[in-house]
Unconditional design. Structure first.
Length: 362
């Protein structure tokens, strides 16, 4: 059975029941970061925190080779000296891997480009890389706390763009916060000067989220800002969605649903679809703790203590119970692309029905 077929099957099944194993992992390689962002405190926690080792990573993927979609997270993953070896492990152990994705600041241009070149030997089926860019130069560098970071991000993005193919796509990721939500189109204009033929399809917009577990940003990101600014954010999203393609490939579909449901989230403060955390996906931190997702600070187990096998953890009574509660929205409720895409894919029937209702068919 091909890896694509297996993934499609798992996605369809996730619309009807909890999977016997997750198909997607958020896998956080490090909390180290060389940036000092205003909306995230990972940079402050990184140096003192435990970090998974290469032999541990190898053992984990050897025992959990059923994963179809792997999201690598940081910190900045290119601060790991062994990032190339991590990739070698991933592509030699995960026979069923379809999609690898991760975000980077783009600061280490050479490392990022040579990493992608190295991945070429494994012929990744799908590889998506997001270079974070949070404003025109001045705003971005103020928000990110690093002079020169805008030019670095653009240089890396241009380099990646020159390597793009049917299986590899780079994007610019714009995280909306109270500091920059009114500067998105100024950013597009500024980027166009450096990359004249860039299209809006090459931008991803997401909403800054508060996470006690991951970003530890409760003190620096007022959780209520987005709800106070919901009308202006909705207007921005409306304009963005109105100008870009909404269909044509799976990424455009996911983005389009994510952004249109973001308006619903801002109106209700409730996750707009039944969340698939612990049903199709989970989150693993650099110390091997397993959580439902990036936003829910509820440790289920520690994989290092349990021999790096996720299967028994997935079947724990506590894990199953938590999943039931999440399905009923008994959780912090969020709407972040880190978690929303598998939720969208696990709610296809509902999305389809809602679309028919919105055009008066039902
Ligand atoms: S948002 Fe990203 S780049 Fe900024 S401090 Fe957090 S992990 Fe580092
Ligand atoms: S809705 Fe958000 S906070 Fe709740 S479980 Fe899902 S991803 Fe986590």
């Amino acid at each position: 059975m091909s890896a694509y077929y297996q993934l499609a099957k798992k996605i369809i099944q996730s619309n009807f029941f909890r999977l016997s194993l997750p198909y997607r992992l958020s896998f956080i390689l490090t909390y180290k970061c060389n940036y000092k962002c205003k909306i995230c405190n990972i940079w402050a926690r990184g140096p003192g925190e435990a970090e998974m080792t290469l032999p541990e990573i190898e053992e984990f993927f050897l025992k959990n080779n059923y994963i179809s979609w792997l999201n690598l997270g940081g910190g900045e993953i290119f601060l790991r000296e062994d990032i190339n070896e991590v990739a070698d492990i991933i592509y030699t152990k995960l026979d069923n891997l379809v999609l690898l994705d991760f975000a980077t600041t783009g600061f280490f241009t050479d490392r990022v480009l040579s990493f992608v070149e190295r991945l070429g030997r494994y012929k990744p089926k799908k590889l998506f890389i997001t270079v974070s860019l949070d404003g025109p130069k001045e705003t971005h560098e103020w928000l990110r706390g690093i002079p020169g970071s805008w030019d670095k991000a653009i240089e890396t993005f241009r380099g990646l763009r020159s390597m793009a193919s049917a299986s590899f796509k780079p994007y610019l990721g714009y995280t909306l916060s109270k500091y920059n939500f009114d500067k998105f189109f100024d950013t597009v204009k500024a980027v166009k000067k450096a990359v004249p033929d860039i299209g809006l399809d090459e931008f991803h917009i997401n909403l800054a989220q508060v996470s006690e577990l991951y970003y530890q940003n409760e003190a620096c990101l007022d959780a209520s800002w987005a709800f106070k600014e919901k009308d202006r954010i909705s207007a921005l999203l409306g304009s963005f969605l109105g100008q870009k393609r909404k269909a044509g490939n799976i990424t455009l579909f996911l983005e389009s649903v994510y952004q249109s449901r973001l308006k619903q989230f801002l109106n209700t403060a409730k996750t707009p679809l039944h969340c698939r955390a612990l049903s199709a996906s989970c989150f693993i931190d650099p110390a091997w703790n397993v959580y439902p997702c990036v936003s829910y600070n509820k440790v289920i187990a520690n994989l290092k203590e349990l021999g790096f096998d996720l299967r028994p953890v997935w079947q724990l009574a506590a894990c199953r119970q938590l999943q039931k509660e999440i399905l009923k929205s008994s959780c912090p409720n969020c709407w972040t692309p880190c978690e929303a895409y598998q939720t969208i894919l696990g709610n296809l029937a509902r999305i389809f029905t809602n679309s028919l209702e919105s055009v008066g068919f039902l």
